[in-house]
Write a protein that binds this ligand. Structure first.
Ligand SMILES: *Cc1c(COP(=O)(O)O)cnc(C)c1O
Length: 361
């Protein structure tokens, strides 16, 4: 194989249990498996989480939900990021629970639905005042099973935005309760409010994605996390060629790297078409024979070059680690993201579908 990822389903399950131990028995967990489980493989990850006892899973769209049902997943499934009119039939056919984002859709919601409040993120969800939400829900033919919102700045404890969002959300919830329309589920928290213990945002259901895959983004200011999780995904690439180059040689497109001294380089069978960010050119690292080594020159479409002067035992056909741990050294998606000027979510989701996936325990 040129490049592959190893996904540890045992680590996914352990991460789920870690979330459970933080939120306790009174709060249910709805792991988020959208975008092919952040590229970890939605079907296998969902099976592992179902076996671990997850009562719910969350996906972005109907197509993702249908794929899980067709693979035999029987948990409740919430479709979070809206649906198109043409998807309505599949929702009921495959027992998927929709999120309604606009009061104008409430009259068409026949079964159980969750209603999303735009409490200040300015993305999906209704911004209608509480009394309009109450009127609309009371008049609708369906059943308001869940009330939810999503935070824009959860990791930023210097910003008042999360507290303001909670206040606005609680206002709508209180009005529904007064009208006798209390939903069974109240949920606002993705990974961050769970990890840093913002209990007032947990409701009775939390929606962690990143944490399930082993990541918690740093908070501002840096706070200790209650949650300890481990990355479940390791990304490797095969060495295609190893060679010696002389001092002064230029490496790759644009000649953006000049060898300051004679060096040994290895050419890896993975490039930006596999998801290695092009912005790692001349800046990224890999792990070769247990040592961190630098990427040199431009990341190409299918190839990346590393300086392996410090790993003379490396041979063509060996594997190097692009993301993961070898012995005591490790490169994780957050480190890659910092160097590439992006976010860890985008690094994980950017791993291309052509990169083969292998499941390990
Ligand atoms: C993606 C998503 C989540 C999960 O977010 P993480 O930060 O990965 O835990 C939760 N809720 C909604 C609405 C989302 O879109």
């Amino acid at each position: 194989m040129r490049s592959w990822v190893e996904v540890s389903l045992g680590t996914i399950r352990a991460n789920y249990r870690a979330v459970k131990s933080v939120v306790g028995q009174a709060v249910e967990i709805m792991p988020v498996v959208k975008a092919d489980a952040y590229r970890h493989g939605a079907v296998e990850v969902s099976r592992a989480l179902e076996a671990e006892g997850a009562p719910w899973l969350a996906v972005s769209n109907v197509e993702e939900g249908v794929a899980l049902r067709q693979a035999g997943i029987r948990t409740r499934i919430l479709v979070m990021a809206d649906f198109l009119p043409a998807d309505r039939e599949a929702l009921s056919e495959f027992s998927l629970t929709p999120v309604i984002h606009s009061l104008s859709d409430v009259p068409q919601a026949l079964g159980a639905y969750h209603l999303k409040i735009d409490s200040g993120m300015g993305r999906l969800g209704t911004r209608a005042p509480a009394h309009e939400v109450v009127e609309s829900v009371a008049a609708g033919p369906g059943q308001l099973e869940g009330l939810m919102t999503h935070f824009a700045s959860a990791a930023n404890y210097t910003s008042p935005q999360t507290a303001q969002q909670i206040e606005r959300f609680e206002g709508v919830l209180a009005a529904l309760r007064r009208a006798g329309l209390a939903p069974r589920y109240v949920h606002s928290s993705a990974t961050i409010p769970v990890a840093y213990g913002r209990r007032e945002a947990w409701g009775n259901l939390v929606r962690p994605g990143h944490a399930i895959y082993g990541y918690v983004s740093p908070s501002r200011p840096a706070l200790p996390a209650l949650l300890a999780v481990k990355p479940a995904l390791t990304w490797k690439a095969a060495v295609l060629a190893v060679k010696e180059i002389e001092e002064g040689a230029l490496i790759g497109y644009g000649g953006i790297h000049r060898a300051e001294k004679a060096m040994r380089i290895a050419v890896l069978a993975a490039g930006y078409a596999d998801g290695i960010p092009h912005r790692l050119s001349n800046k990224g690292s890999a792990i070769a024979k247990g040592q961190i080594v630098p990427m040199i020159g431009a990341v190409s479409m299918d190839l990346t070059t590393i300086d392996v002067t410090s790993a003379p035992e490396l041979r063509p056909g060996d594997a190097v680690t692009l993301l993961g741990q070898e012995g005591s050294v490790r490169i994780d998606a957050q480190q890659i993201a910092r160097i590439a000027g992006t976010i860890s979510y985008s690094v994980l989701c950017g791993i291309h579908a052509r990169v083969k996936r292998v499941f390990v325990d």
